[in-house]
Design a protein around this ligand. Structure first.
Ligand code: SF4
Length: 77
């Protein structure tokens, strides 16, 4: 199932662990917050990686959730 990746700016401190672990998925911008580069990650590609990043973020700012309304034909992938 695809997962959605978000960064809570209220929690993010711009420490850069996420972009260090997964530079293809996160970038710390000049305003000091991380932004997800791939908002929806589809398995098997990197779902485990973004979940690891969420577990490792010291501010618990990375949210990885199931996509509530997958595009038709994507459910169960
Ligand atoms: S690891 Fe967490 S706190 Fe650090 S930049 Fe990434 S989202 Fe922000």
């Amino acid at each position: 199932m695809p997962v959605e990746v978000r960064v809570d700016r209220g929690r993010c401190r711009g420490l850069g662990l996420c972009s260090g672990m997964a530079p293809e998925h996160f970038r710390v911008t000049s305003n000091g917050y991380s932004v997800p580069l791939v908002p929806v990650v589809r398995p098997p590609d990197d779902v485990a990686l973004v979940q690891d990043v969420a577990r490792c973020c010291p501010m618990e700012a990375v949210e990885v959730t199931g996509v509530e309304h997958p595009v038709a034909g994507e459910a169960g992938r």
